[in-house]
Design a protein around this ligand. Structure first.
Ligand code: MN
Length: 166
């Protein structure tokens, strides 16, 4: 006689929903395997002064490709450095990995951000991000592409008054 414990029922429902079926994707012919990008393979890029104020370094992490639409980079802002105002057509996630920084949405107060904070920038919201005046800040930025290569729409620089929350 079958005994229906809560766990057995949960497993049965999961199997019905296909949650427990694990297709062997890696074994299918023509599929590409994992890519491991080794540390040191990708050169750092100096942030352009047409889209940043101050000294900014971008360490590329990974690019989008035909199957995956997100791309990532680690961006380091020296004290006082910040991005121009901008929007992301498919949004952005920022993961602050070190230091202290600042971010602001258009029309809202500037906010301090610190290592460990995660900032979700929704689609089409005008904003900026950067370091604090005295401490550098590094964040990982993850964006999805709306069309190939299009993850951001750059706008005007952040003034000193805006940066200082005035
Ligand atoms: Mn952004």
């Amino acid at each position: 006689m079958l005994r229906f414990t809560p766990l057995a029922i949960t497993l049965a429902l999961a199997a019905t929903a296909g949650v427990l079926s694990l297709p062997a994707l890696a074994a299918e012919p023509g599929r590409v395997g994992q890519t491991i990008i080794r540390n040191g393979e990708q050169a750092a890029i100096k942030g352009s002064d047409t889209i940043f104020t101050g000294t900014v370094r971008i360490d590329p992490l990974y690019s989008a490709n035909n199957d995956m639409r997100s791309s990532g980079g680690s961006v380091t802002f020296e004290p006082g450095a910040r991005s121009n105002w901008h929007i992301h057509p498919v949004g952005q996630v920022l993961i602050v990995t070190s230091g202290v920084g600042r971010t602001q949405e258009w029309g809202k107060p500037m906010q301090e951000i610190k290592a460990g904070d995660i900032i979700i920038c929704p689609v089409g919201i005008k904003h900026w991000h950067g370091a604090s005046p005295t401490t550098s800040m590094t964040h990982i930025s993850i964006c999805e592409e709306k069309e190939p290569g299009k993850v951001v729409e750059w706008m005007e620089p952040v003034t000193d008054a805006q940066y200082n929350g005035q």
